[in-house]
Design a protein around this ligand. Structure first.
Ligand SMILES: Cc1cc2nc3c(=O)[nH]c(=O)nc-3n(C[C@H](O)[C@H](O)[C@H](O)COP(=O)(O)O)c2cc1C
Length: 418
């Protein structure tokens, strides 16, 4: 089933020396007893972080229908195991864009993780580097490009939004900076042509600029560990773009206003071709759901298709990305590296994505649950969980490697027909 071997390495760094064996955290068993799955991290997070922090990281658009649909779509993919094929739990190393990673799992780009947990960006970057899995810094994340590159030199990817003012001045400047800092992959996000609102975020007091209300201040005071993190790391800031605001040391709100004025509008294919031209390494388009768009992107020399509905955060009426994946793999899987996110909560979900033809899966919200529940230690535990669950799941159904998941017997009733 789905026997394809998509690979492209255009412009990629050479495949490196063998990886150090993936090292599980020495306290994994202890941590596992407290947080055996990502759902337990999600359950614990609100006890340790302010209400507005949890709501910001956990909300979807509208009534969260998109999030629930994403989860249900994964849950509906079922396997029939084949026995006698694997004697040991399989290794899960993969090659992505010409570089070896210890597992086909990565951190998706996020704006404002430090609202959830002060310092979250670098905590995720450190954990990804330690485990040797991709870490994607968001353009509106809370660490600078240089900080992320320093902390995660082998696994650093960068995400950019469309910033078209003055002939893409900011966009081109920022990707040049990421290139100079050594980012392996550039992901251009195409699925945020307009800002949309998220009801839980607005209700929690984060609809517009950052103005803590008395209620929010009360929430912060009730979470001393979070407050300590805030004192250590400072107010949530948009670290990379604040240097372009045009004045020294701009406030968070000045940076938010600047970002809103700069970002937005839908990428045209001509613009994507210009980014393709400027970025010398592997480049992916993030937010693709239609195989026709994937074909256009690949025709322009894009190396990676990042199948995503933004985790259900933009609008809730989108098809689950996992349901669009098979058609995209059929269209461009032999020519491009296929990445997927939106709804990943377990290693079994990662296996489902691999079985349907993804080369790697990424997670967003679950990393925020992890910092919410465990602070800086959260991301490394979540990566351990994903890797251990993936290895166990592959072994359980009889797959010898991540790519072999495609050869397993499975059903996918939700597959989207185009
Ligand atoms: C708080 C938050 C902020 C996000 N910000 C960005 C962003 O700045 N750029 C981007 O491309 N995607 C962003 N995303 C989307 C993620 O990259 C990813 O597509 C999504 O979270 C995956 O779905 P999941 O949360 O179900 O794992 C964000 C997601 C969250 C949860």
């Amino acid at each position: 089933m789905h026997a394809m071997t998509p690979k492209t390495t255009s412009g990629a760094a050479a495949a490196g020396a063998p990886l150090d064996a993936y090292a599980q955290h020495p306290d994994y068993k202890k941590r596992h007893m407290r947080f055996p799955t990502s759902a337990f991290l999600r359950r614990a997070a609100p006890k340790h972080i302010p209400f507005f922090s949890f709501e910001y990281g956990d909300t979807g658009a509208g009534a969260d229908v998109g999030i629930r649909d994403n989860w249900a779509a994964f849950d509906n993919i079922k396997f029939v195991p084949k026995y006698g094929l694997v004697a040991t739990i399989p290794p899960v190393e993969v090659e992505l864009f010409g570089r070896r990673y210890s597992a086909p799992i990565g951190v998706a780009p996020m704006g404002g993780p430090s609202i959830v947990w002060p310092g979250a960006d670098l905590a995720m970057a450190r954990a990804a580097q330690q485990a040797r899995v991709p870490y994607t810094l968001g353009m509106v994340g809370g660490a600078t490009i240089e900080e992320a590159a320093r902390v995660a030199p082998d696994v650093f990817w960068f995400q950019a939004y469309r910033c078209a003012q003055n002939d893409h001045e900011l966009g081109f400047k920022v990707i040049k900076r990421a290139q100079d800092a050594g980012a392996h992959v550039l992901a251009l996000t195409v699925d945020v042509p307009f800002r949309t609102t998220r009801s839980r975020e607005s209700y929690a007091g984060l609809g517009g600029e950052f103005k803590p209300t008395p209620r929010m201040i009360g929430e912060m005071l009730a979470r001393p560990r979070w407050l300590l993190g805030l004192l250590r790391n400072g107010y949530p800031r948009f670290a990379t773009i604040r240097s372009y605001v045009g004045k020294p040391n701009p406030s968070t709100n000045e940076t938010i206003r600047f970002a809103r004025q700069q970002m937005g509008g839908a990428f045209t294919w001509d613009e994507i071709a210009r980014y393709r031209d400027k970025w010398k390494g592997p480049m992916a388009l993030k937010g693709i759901l239609h195989p026709g768009d994937a074909e256009k992107a690949v025709a322009l020399g894009v190396d990676g298709i990042w199948v995503s509905n933004h985790g259900g955060r933009q609008i809730e009426a989108l098809a689950p990305s996992i349901d669009c994946l098979p058609a995209i793999v059929a269209a461009v899987g032999k020519k491009a590296t296929i990445l997927l996110d939106s709804g990943i909560r377990s290693g079994q979900d990662v296996m489902r994505a691999l079985a349907l033809g993804a080369d790697a899966a990424f997670a967003g919200k679950s990393f925020l649950w992890s910092v919410g529940a465990m602070g800086d230690d959260g991301p490394s535990h979540l990566i351990d969980l994903y890797i251990e669950e993936l290895r166990a799941s592959l072994g359980q159904v009889g797959a010898k490697s991540p790519a072999d998941a495609r050869n397993m017997e499975f059903s996918h009733p939700g597959a989207w027909q185009f």
